[in-house]
Design a binder for this molecule. Structure first.
Ligand SMILES: Nc1ncnc2c1ncn2[C@@H]1O[C@H](COP(=O)(O)OP(=O)(O)OP(=O)(O)O)[C@@H](O)[C@H]1O
Ligand SMILES: [Mg+2]
Length: 423
């Protein structure tokens, strides 16, 4: 039926037979009201819905002969469901629309109110539709989507942790190395300290003598014997090296923490991708350093709005793949740049390269050419998902026997974050 107010008075007897028939047959419950909001008429659907809400069954007479009735209990019952403010909005703006959930079992009703107080005569109408099935479907869909997002997040996290697991030995080595020399430096420091205290004691003893100057020569001999000049020269670089070692460990631990961070619900934030590259390199360093010379061609790039740890995960997968593609010794060139509202990072290896049939499948989940136990084939599928989520793209070029380039391109600002009116 038409939901627009007509120019006729809301008195069914004055309407055309077609209008009466349409209103009587409508599936939606319709209640017509006077300008003050008093119900005048209700159709059969209104009675049907009201009976159902009250727990009653279908009226067989009503079902057989749908019609329009003077407003009664059904109209009042349905109008009572209109939330506060609904009619105010409808009379201000011409219409109002909302949903209410009522009864047990629950019924979801969509309510549409129409009002035109300026018309001659003024008009008001309320339409109620049972949208329970649709609402349930929407609800199920929302729940399924939420579950899917959760599963996807778990997959991302599992892949990330698996990659870190794969790298654990290397990371442990990277941490062990500085810890090893800091430990040995501490041993040396201990020796130096006892030598220094030895000298201090010798000085203190001399000072207790009435004529300390008398001890000048023996003190000089002690100083030489304790190698104090050597210690004085060796101490500063020893401390500097130890400090750097500790800083390196701190950095690796921080990078690892950064990496395992979950950001699903957090908004994307502007991040320095070059810094991300550096910290990712720190984590994969042990796996690359014996195989590849790393060349960095960084040109300044703006901060990029992203989930930082996810982009690091992409970079890590690409760097690991690049390293794995190199059999013996090779080069990995990492370049960055930006332009036209986009920022990019490319990773080029001088590894095996890929034939066309492989390139076509590399983003498929579980596609791997690596021996069983060496690759899950999820790395690039995960990268693809992450970059797609960031509204970016991954470009691949490869020549068999020469090497491959993976280029990640990201918008500097995410589209939804743009101010209205901005292109
Ligand atoms: N830089 C590269 N050079 C050559 N081949 C590559 C390169 N990167 C990816 N590939 C090919 O793409 C396939 C899929 O890569 P992907 O990272 O998805 O899985 P994987 O590395 O095999 O396993 P995983 O990453 O789960 O350990 C690889 O098995 C390899 O054949
Ligand atoms: Mg991989």
């Amino acid at each position: 039926m038409s939901q627009q107010p007509t120019d006729e008075a809301p008195d069914p007897s004055a309407w055309s037979a077609d209008a009466r028939w349409a209103l009587a047959m409508a599936d939606a419950a319709v209640v017509l009201l006077d300008p003050e909001g008093e119900p005048l008429h209700e159709n059969s659907a209104a009675r049907r819905i009201a009976r159902r809400l009250a727990g009653g069954s279908e009226d067989p007479v009503e079902a057989a002969r749908p019609s329009i009735h003077p407003a009664g209990e059904a109209a009042r019952q349905l109008l009572a469901l209109v939330p506060d403010g609904g009619w105010d909005t409808a009379c201000d703006e011409g219409r109002w629309r909302g949903r209410v959930t009522v009864g047990d079992p629950e019924v979801v009703l969509e309510i549409k109110l129409y009002c035109d107080l300026g018309a001659e005569p003024p008009k008001r109408m309320a339409v109620f539709g049972d949208v329970t099935a649709g609402a349930k479907r929407e609800d199920a869909l929302r729940r399924a989507k939420k579950k899917l997002a959760g599963t996807h997040e778990q997959l991302l996290q599992a892949e990330k942790m698996a990659s870190i697991g794969q790298l654990a030995a290397g990371v442990a080595h990277e941490i062990n190395n500085p810890i090893g020399y800091v430990h040995s430096n501490l041993g040396t420091l201990q020796e130096y300290t006892s030598a220094l205290f030895g000298l201090i004691d010798a000085y203190a003893e001399a000072m207790e003598d009435e004529d300390p100057v008398r001890h000048r020569e023996s003190l000089a001999a002690t100083r030489q014997q304790l190698d104090i000049d050597f210690i004085a020269g060796d101490l500063p670089p020893l401390l500097k090296e130890s400090r750097e070692g500790i800083e390196r460990v701190t950095r690796i631990v921080r990078d690892l923490k950064d990496f395992s961070h979950v950001e699903r619900d957090a908004p994307m934030r502007p991040a320095d991708l070059q810094q991300g590259l550096e910290s990712t390199l720190n984590i994969v360093w042990n796996d690359l350093k014996y195989k590849a010379r790393i060349e960095k061609h960084f040109t300044p790039m703006p901060l990029v709005e992203c989930h930082r740890s996810e982009i690091n995960q992409v970079l890590m997968n690409l760097l690991i793949n690049a390293g794995q593609a190199i059999d013996d010794q090779g080069t990995i060139v990492i370049a960055t740049g930006s332009g036209d509202g986009e920022a990019w990072i490319s990773i080029t290896d001088s590894g095996s390269g890929m034939p066309k049939e492989v390139i076509e499948r590399i983003f498929d989940p579980f596609y791997t050419t690596k021996p069983v136990g060496h690759g899950t084939g999820l790395g690039l599928a995960i990268c693809y998902g992450i970059i797609a989520k960031h509204n970016g793209r991954i470009e691949v070029s490869s020549t068999l026997g020469v090497g491959s380039t993976f280029r990640v391109v990201l918008p500097v600002t995410q589209p939804r974050a743009q101010a209205p009116g901005e292109a």
